[in-house]
Design a protein around this ligand. Structure first.
Ligand code: MN
Length: 241
């Protein structure tokens, strides 16, 4: 199996996992940089993530144009992906989602910080990007490259950026890593929301975050265990290699 076949198959699994784990619903998407051309990426056509199949995966240039003839509808916010790949050569996979638990942290001054061990993947800083800062009154969708590039600037060198009144974008070195980040960021947000209601909160220290991230290996047995668990729960265990 070529790298491209493998990535397409894993991208389908990633879509199903993110839907099953309530990170995405009818909206939201996950992409991977093209394994043979860093100036391209792979992302589904406009379809709900739970329903994505291999034939739905479309190849795009970084500016969001399909590389082949394409008559099907495409995600309006695909520019999020290309703009992040353009700004961050280290990034191989991107998720955009509207997970409910992160939304309060996009519209208040309360920062989203890692407070549980599995939340460490979001990193010490989770910036909030506000589309209105550069673009005024919009429908809040990242609908062109200028808006995508502004979002990528907001992400900077971080792993996750919150989008005011909208959701988040996550960027990582592999699909497993970005899926893991996208599952645990809302979970961490839920724990933090519950903790804030109880009183003072102690976030993970920078040293703890660094210690966890230094030991992280995307294809270790521990990480594969989570991928297999999520895929089977999502009903696509038969697609695992
Ligand atoms: Mn969106």
């Amino acid at each position: 199996m070529s790298d491209l076949d493998r990535i397409v198959r894993e991208l389908v699994i990633a879509n199903r996992i993110l839907a099953n784990e309530d990170v995405v619903d009818a909206y939201g998407h996950v992409s991977h940089r093209h394994p043979d051309d860093p100036g391209r990426y792979l992302l589904a056509r406009s379809v709900s993530p739970e329903l994505v199949e291999r034939g739905d995966i479309v190849e795009f240039t970084l500016d969001g144009l399909p590389t082949g003839e394409e008559t099907r509808a495409l995600y309006l916010e695909r520019f999020i992906h290309g703009a992040i790949y353009e700004a961050r050569p280290d990034v191989m996979a991107v998720v955009h989602a509207h997970a409910e638990a992160v939304l309060p942290f996009t519209v208040t001054k309360t920062p989203l910080r890692p407070v549980i061990h599995s939340g460490s993947f979001m990193g010490a800083e989770v910036p909030v990007w506000d589309i209105a800062d550069q673009f005024g009154d919009t429908n809040l969708l990242v609908a062109n490259m200028a808006q995508g590039r502004d979002l990528a600037r907001g992400l900077g060198g971080n792993n996750v950026v919150l989008m005011r009144g909208h959701g988040f974008a996550a960027a990582a070195r592999s699909l497993i890593e970005v899926v893991r980040m996208s599952v645990y960021t809302p979970r961490n947000a839920r724990a933090l929301l519950a903790a804030l209601a109880l009183g003072e909160v102690k976030p993970l220290s920078r040293g703890e975050i660094n210690a966890r991230n230094a030991g992280y290996k995307p294809y270790s047995p521990e990480t594969q265990r989570a991928w297999e668990y999520w895929a089977r729960r999502a009903g696509c265990g038969d697609m695992l290699g």
